[in-house]
Write a protein that binds this ligand. Structure first.
Ligand code: SF4
Length: 323
């Protein structure tokens, strides 16, 4: 692990809210609000938060599947948020995505072979015969029998479908893969197989991952560093050991208290957060977490905390720290 491969700087994605007869813009949903983090080559960065916190939108905005409202996405030093669609198409070979629900993301009318071949065909790579050979290779790399080339998605199990999704992403030999909840639609017994596969592929192909999940237990095994998001903002970033051992943000503490611990003698007290995540269309003033935070005090209701460095690559956005 050495060079920074991706640097996200103050990335924002706002969706307009329209109202009235003329459907004028009356406000914005700040799905991603000034998010910053960086990832080194070969690293796995876990991105965690409850549903609606903006983690998936962050992933899609980095890949320009959604156009950013503001900020920079520096991939190998080049701001891809500013690239034309044509230039972005070329870069997209290096940046691929694995989706949460392989059944919904795979075209049901295409065979496994056609699905894995499609990215190669779209990018005009290789001859037809070469592509077929690559597809066979790729199927075997992800642990699928190439004899199933002609089968359709519905003929595979959930885990096998996710292997097809991974083979599709991998076929272009990308440098960075954004995996958006890649195991949350799968049975627990299958989840670890897919996680192990992703780790093996990372080693084999020198991949860098952004691994998006809604709870900290899934990313614990696979991540090197973890970023925690709440209501469109990054609230804590730290190396895995540091975050799991010494969480600083009250929201991270609450998420972590729900993670099962293998040793029953080291039982954690469960912190149950009251209320739901507020609407990003109308976030609370000050620290957006304050209506649910058990440690909130006056300043939290007025002033929004910025990420500050606590040392050891540990950053937190909370008024309990700093001055
Ligand atoms: Fe809680 Fe205040 Fe910290 Fe926000 S800034 S997490 S409300 S203590």
């Amino acid at each position: 692990m050495s060079e920074t491969v991706l640097e996200v700087k103050k990335l924002s994605k706002y969706f307009p809210i329209r109202g009235g007869l003329l459907r004028r813009v009356v406000g914005h949903v700040k799905a991603v609000d000034q998010v910053s983090f960086s990832i080194k080559q070969g690293e796995t960065f876990g991105l965690v938060g409850e549903s609606g916190c903006g983690k998936s939108t962050t992933g899609r905005t980095i890949l320009r599947l959604l156009e950013p409202t503001g900020g920079q996405v520096l991939f190998e030093g080049r701001d891809i948020a500013q690239l034309s669609r044509r230039a972005m198409r070329k870069v997209r070979r290096d940046l691929q995505m694995v989706f949460q629900d392989p059944f919904a993301s795979l075209n049901p009318t295409m065979t496994a072979g056609e699905l894995i071949e499609e990215p190669l065909r779209v990018h005009g790579l290789y001859t037809k015969a070469e592509r077929r050979e690559k597809v066979r290779e790729m199927m075997e790399t992800v642990g699928l029998d190439s004899a199933y080339l002609q089968r359709y998605p519905h003929e595979f199990s959930g885990g096998q479908r996710q292997r097809i999704g991974i083979a599709r992403a991998l076929s272009l030999r990308p440098k960075l893969i954004i995996a958006d909840e890649p195991v949350s639609a799968l049975d627990v017994s299958i989840q670890s197989q897919i996680l192990n596969l992703m780790e093996d592929l990372q080693e084999q192909f020198g991949l860098t991952y952004i691994f998006i999940a809604h709870d900290l237990s899934v990313v614990k095994h696979i991540s090197d560093r973890v970023g925690v998001m709440y209501l469109g903002r990054m609230v804590e970033v730290a190396p895995k050991k540091e975050l799991y051992g010494h969480p600083a943000h009250p929201y991270t503490e609450a998420l972590l208290s729900a993670v099962p611990v293998p040793n029953p003698r080291h039982k954690r007290e469960r912190i149950v957060l009251s209320g739901n995540v507020p609407s990003p269309a109308n976030p609370p003033a000050g620290c957006a977490f304050h209506p649910r935070c058990p440690k909130a005090f006056d300043r939290c209701r007025q002033e929004r905390p910025e990420l500050i460095h606590l040392g050891r690559e540990h950053y937190v956005a909370c008024h309990l720290y700093g001055e």
